[in-house]
Design a protein around this ligand. Structure first.
Ligand code: DAK
Length: 258
């Protein structure tokens, strides 16, 4: 039996996916991305799961797309095979919060995978780079689009054009990551954060995730309109009434995720 390329564990209401190609520093090949996509969709569809964590090893979150696999591909191979589109974008279908717990290298497609997550918790050892230019390639899994939105054009151009690598404190300063924690605490801190998030009302979390993502992808007025509709929709949710009533009654809310 071959080892699965992703390992899935449950910690209460949190589903944790560990990328599992340690010898190749979790280089992302087609089979791994298929398994990652399947794991994400399974956890997203599980009503007992409220948040998802993706992590790698202590040395590498992921060192990018698998160069070994790509070296002989032709234009027709990638175009007709829907490379990236076919299985790298599954994460965009996930409605639950997805957290990346990053230690070591997050390079190329690995950095892009982290950028596609909703929250990035970085260990002090984390290193982020889009080094595709060194291969005469381009960050083609959202890197040229998500990075400038995350950290601005000046820093993104620098990273994409020069392959500059950011350490965790630079990534924190530029707004690429949400939090930086000591390496030894990465999984515990990310799990605690995911557990806290997973305790909140699922439909409210989904509405917030959709609204923040809308801010990335539309004009301010469109985004505000979307947010307003989502706010109005909260009044159709049992959980929102429970949340407000429990606050007034000075007791803990009991959410039904409805
Ligand atoms: N692919 C395949 N194998 C990799 C790999 C990768 N990205 N990264 C590392 N490995 C393998 C190494 O070849 C080595 O294998 P063995 O020699 O042991 O067989 C093993 O992992 C350990 O790596 P190193 O010996 O190099 O370890 P070091 O600690 O010395 O260095 C490193 C770590 C992360 C600095 C180094 O491995 C490195 O620079 N790796 C490559 C990083 C990189 O260039 N990443 C970007 C990949 S390109 C596209 C869309 C998207 C993309 C492309 C096209 N289209 C729509 C067409 C995205 C492209 C990328 O992500």
């Amino acid at each position: 039996m071959t080892e699965p390329l992703v390992q899935v564990d449950r910690h209460g209401r949190v589903g944790m996916i560990t990328l599992n190609r340690p010898k190749q520093l979790n280089a992302l090949n087609d089979a791994l991305m298929d398994q990652l996509g399947a794991a994400l969709l399974a956890l997203d569809g599980d009503p007992e799961v409220g948040a998802i964590v993706i992590t790698g090893s202590t040395k590498a979150f992921a060192a990018g797309a698998d160069i070994d696999a790509m070296v002989d591909w032709s234009y027709m191979d990638v175009y007709q095979g829907g490379f990236i589109t076919r299985n790298w974008e599954t994460i965009r279908q996930v409605r639950k919060p997805v957290l990346a717990a990053v230690a070591g290298y997050a390079m190329g497609g690995g950095c892009e995978l982290a950028l596609a997550c909703d929250i990035i918790v970085a260990a002090e050892s984390a290193k982020f780079a889009l080094p595709e230019i060194k291969l005469a390639m381009l960050p083609g899994a959202g890197g040229t689009q998500r990075l400038p939105r995350a950290i601005g054009k000046a820093k993104a151009m620098d990273m994409c054009l020069s392959a500059r690598m950011l350490d965790a404190s630079e990534a924190d300063r530029y707004g690429l990551v949400s939090r930086v924690v000591p390496d030894a605490e990465l999984l515990a801190c990310t799990l605690a954060l995911a557990t806290q998030i997973a305790s909140y009302s699922q439909p409210a979390l989904a509405a917030i995730k959709e609204s923040v993502n809308r801010a990335w992808e539309s004009s301010l007025s469109e985004g505000i309109l979307f947010e307003r509709r989502e706010l109005h929709a909260r009044f159709a949710s049992e959980d929102a009434h429970e949340g407000m009533k429990s606050f007034l009654a000075k007791r803990a809310p009991v959410f039904k995720h409805r």
